[in-house]
Design a protein around this ligand. Structure first.
Ligand SMILES: [Zn+2]
Length: 334
């Protein structure tokens, strides 16, 4: 499928460049001429494939071929032609920023406050589609669970069920055993728009670091490795290394993409911020302050420390003022 003479990094950059270029071109999909314009550009670059009559008709669709770089273009006069994807020399430094195949998480020096207030990611276009990683009801959502952040969603499955990459991408991390702790066998894929997806508790890993994967390609088999009480897929979505609710991207029970464009807001990077919340509700949880109970703490001492009242803390946490605090328990104090 790929040219053998390229080294792996060049391969990755070439393919992603092509993906990015086509994403950029299709960003203007509302413009009915955009694909035609793009085709014209391509024909100028590839004179040998140009046909003078082609300029007079309009491209109406593209069809993928076995070669990622070659697509079939259909025109409104029922003719068709091959189009070769250009490999432009564009800046992919942003995409491969913090490209770390040794660590589970990349961008570890990036703080949430460094991120933009809002960023739009194009998830799919006519050339790049979506396939659900696994279809099913969630047994656990993106939330605090027993005082710890659960940074993804859990989908129950049978050991051996096929897990697929939802979008085109490059495998950034593959690990298991002690290295991944609770994740068990883990795969992390970085997609051309910068999004990363995580797949935990796998029984088998079918890809290796730096592998290119297409949307729908099997990447692993479901399992129960790591900290898991039964076979399920632990799935995370991260941007610049920061997790946000995967339900903002995928409707898991229906195996459907929520929208072709994903707007990520900075206040989404909080395990209390969920799909379906208004911005006001999401911001409120992001502004929340939590405290982990230490030996000797009482509701009164914690309230004094944060300049609030026992009643206010009880209300925020849905507990009674007579509740016995547990060491390590997480209390919302603001
Ligand atoms: Zn999980």
């Amino acid at each position: 499928m790929l040219h053998e003479n390229l080294n792996p990094m060049n391969k990755i950059i070439s393919v992603l460049s092509a993906l990015l270029l086509s994403s950029a071109a299709l960003l203007h999909a509302q413009d009915p001429d955009s694909l035609y314009n793009r085709m014209q550009e391509m024909n100028e670059i590839h004179d040998d494939s140009a046909d003078s009559t082609m300029m007079l008709v309009r491209a109406i669709d593209t069809i993928d071929t076995q070669d990622k770089y070659v697509k079939i273009i259909l025109f409104n006069d029922h003719t068709w032609d091959y189009i070769e994807m250009e490999r432009p020399d564009i800046d992919t430094t942003g995409l491969f920023e913090d490209w770390d195949i040794e660590s589970i998480h990349a961008y570890r020096d990036v703080k949430i406050s460094d991120l933009p207030e809002e960023v739009d990611l194009l998830l799919v276009d006519s050339g790049h589609h979506f396939v659900a990683p696994f279809v099913g009801r969630l047994s656990s959502t993106f939330k605090y669970r027993r005082g710890r952040p659960h940074n993804g969603v859990d989908i129950p499955l049978r050991v051996g069920d096929t897990i697929r990459s939802p979008f085109d991408g490059v495998v950034r991390y593959v690990g298991g055993g002690k290295a991944t702790g609770g994740y068990g066998n883990l795969i992390v894929i970085r997609h051309p728009n910068g999004l990363e997806t995580y797949y935990g508790h796998l029984s088998e890993r079918l890809v290796a670091e730096n592998d290119l994967v297409a949307a729908g390609e099997p990447i692993g088999l479901g399992g129960s490795t790591g900290r898991s009480t039964g076979p399920h897929l632990h799935f995370e979505t991260r941007y610049m290394g920061k997790p946000f609710d995967p339900e903002r991207v995928i409707d898991f029970p229906n195996g459907a993409l929520r929208d072709t464009m994903l707007t990520i807001k900075r206040h989404y990077f909080n395990v209390g911020s969920h799909y379906g919340m208004t911005d006001k509700q999401s911001k409120a949880v992001t502004d929340a302050v939590y405290y982990r109970v230490k030996k000797g703490d009482t509701l009164g001492s914690i309230a004094r420390k944060y300049g609030t009242s026992v009643n206010a803390i009880c209300k925020l946490n849905g507990i009674s003022s007579k509740k016995v605090l547990q060491i390590g328990q997480r209390l919302r104090v603001r």
